[in-house]
Design a protein around this ligand. Structure first.
Ligand SMILES: NC(=O)c1ccc[n+]([C@@H]2O[C@H](COP(=O)([O-])OP(=O)(O)OC[C@H]3O[C@@H](n4cnc5c(N)ncnc54)[C@H](O)[C@@H]3O)[C@@H](O)[C@H]2O)c1
Length: 348
C-alpha cells in the first residue's frame, strides 16, 4: 500500500528527457507517479508497465485535468510549453516545467502572471543550479571569495549530428544558451544592461549554427556566452543513452579580482575507449548507476517535491530569473538579427 503522505504526481511527455524524469520520480519515497501522458503509444505503454503507472493519457491536457493529482511535471516539447503550462496553472496545483519556460519573454511574463493569479507554484528546470560544481562556484562568488566579479564566460557547443533535430524547431539561444543565460543571472546576481550579439548561419534553418553574445551587467561584470553546433562525431561522448550519444562541450570561466574559476564538462576523469571512440560519462547532471539516476536532475526534482508538499516557492530555481533569462534570449536574438547593440530596458 502507498503511504498516504506521498505527493501524487502526473508527468506529461515521455521523450528523451521525460523518461529520465519518470525514472527519478518513480524512485522517490515521497512521490507516487500516479499518471503519465504521451502521444506516442509505445513509450506510454512501456513506461507505464515499467513503473506500474496505471493512469495513462494520450494527451498532456487529459492528464492535467486528472482531479487526483497533487502536482504536475511537464516535459513536452518547447513549442507546447505555454499551452500545457497555462492549463496546468489553471488547476492551482504546483507545476514543474522543463526549460525554456516559454518561447519568448512576453509569454514567460504571462505564465508568471497566471501562476500569481491561480496561486500555483511554478518551478522551471534550471538544472545547472542543482549541479554541485556550479553550486560551489555560486557559493564562492556570494561569499565574496573571488573578489569583484570581472567577467564570466560560458560556452555550450554541441554535436553537429544533433543540429538537424533542432534547426527548424527552435532558435539555439532558446534551446542551449538559455542554460548559460540563467547561469549568468544567477552567478552575477545582477541585472543585464546591454547586449551585443553575432550569429553564424551556414544554411537556411530557423536556427543559426552558432551565436556569440557580449552582455554588460549593472554591477560591472562582463558576460560572454557562446554556443555552436559544430562538435565533430569524434569528440568524447558525454551524453549517452541506449540508442544515441553525443557531446556537450561546455565551459564556465569566472574571473574575479582575487581568483579565477574554471569548470569544463569534458574534464571528467572517467574515460572509456572503445572501437568507435571515447565515452566520457556524465557524472554530474543525470548519471545512472544500478538503475538509479543521481546528480542534478534528482536534486532539482527533490527540491520541487519538497516545495510542492510544503506549498512554498523554490529558493533555488528563481522564477523571476527564469523569466529574465528569456528577456536576455530575446535581446541576443534581436541584436544578432539587427547587427546592433540592444539596451535591455528599451526592449519590450
Ligand atoms: N534541463 C535539461 O538539461 C534538458 C535536457 C533535455 C531536454 N530538456 C527539455 O525537456 C523538454 C523535452 O525534451 P526532449 O528532448 O525529451 O524532447 P522529446 O521530443 O524527445 O520529447 C517530448 C515528448 O513529448 C511528447 N508529446 C508531444 N506532445 C505531447 C502532448 N500534447 N501530450 C503528451 N505528450 C506529448 C512527444 O511525443 C515526445 O515523446 C524540452 O522542453 C527540452 O528543452 C531539458
Amino acid at each position: 500500500m502507498k503511504p498516504s503522505n506521498q505527493l501524487k504526481i502526473g508527468l506529461a511527455g515521455l521523450g528523451r528527457f521525460g523518461i529520465l524524469h519518470a525514472k527519478v520520480l518513480s524512485s522517490m519515497a515521497n512521490v507516487e507517479l500516479l499518471a503519465i501522458a504521451e502521444t506516442r503509444p509505445e513509450p506510454l505503454k512501456e513506461i507505464g508497465e515499467l513503473y506500474g503507472v496505471e493512469r495513462r493519457y494520450k494527451e498532456a491536457e487529459e492528464l492535467i485535468k486528472d482531479p487526483d493529482l497533487d502536482a504536475i511535471v511537464i516535459v513536452t516539447p518547447n513549442d507546447q510549453h505555454e499551452r500545457h503550462c497555462l492549463q496546468a496553472l489553471a488547476t492551482g496545483k504546483p507545476v514543474f516545467i522543463e526549460k525554456p519556460l516559454a518561447s519568448n519573454y512576453k509569454n514567460a511574463q504571462n505564465l508568471k502572471q497566471a501562476a500569481e493569479n491561480s496561486g500555483s507554484i511554478l518551478q522551471v528546470g534550471l538544472i545547472l543550479r542543482y549541479e554541485l560544481n556550479h553550486r560551489i562556484i555560486h557559493q564562492q562568488i556570494h561569499q565574496k571569495s573571488l573578489g569583484e566579479l570581472i567577467s564570466i564566460r560560458t560556452k555550450r557547443n554541441l554535436s553537429r549530428s544533433w543540429f538537424t533535430a533542432t534547426a527548424e524547431r527552435v532558435h539555439t539561444v532558446y534551446e542551449s544558451s538559455i542554460h548559460d543565460l540563467d547561469l549568468l543571472l544567477w552567478l552575477t546576481g545582477s541585472k543585464p544592461i546591454s547586449v551585443f550579439a553575432h550569429e553564424r548561419r551556414l544554411g537556411n534553418h530557423l536556427s543559426p549554427e552558432a551565436c556569440i553574445a557580449l552582455i554588460k551587467f549593472e554591477n560591472g561584470c562582463i558576460g560572454i556566452t557562446e554556443t555552436s553546433w559544430f562538435v565533430p562525431t569524434g569528440a568524447p561522448a558525454n551524453v549517452t543513452t541506449n540508442n544515441w550519444k553525443g557531446c556537450i562541450d561546455a565551459e564556465l570561466v569566472v574571473v574575479g579580482s582575487n581568483k579565477t574559476v574554471q569548470l569544463r564538462s569534458l574534464d571528467s576523469p572517467l574515460k572509456i575507449w572503445d572501437s568507435s571512440g571515447t565515452i566520457s560519462p556524465d557524472s554530474a547532471l543525470w548519471p545512472e548507476y544500478n538503475g538509479r539516476i543521481y546528480g542534478a536532475l534528482r536534486e532539482e526534482l527533490d527540491d520541487f517535491v519538497k516545495c510542492a508538499s510544503q506549498g512554498v516557492e523554490s529558493a533555488t530555481a528563481n522564477l523571476e530569473d527564469a523569466v529574465n533569462g528569456l528577456h536576455l534570449a530575446d535581446a541576443i536574438i534581436e541584436s544578432a538579427r539587427t547587427g546592433t547593440p540592444i539596451i535591455m530596458n528599451q526592449l519590450l
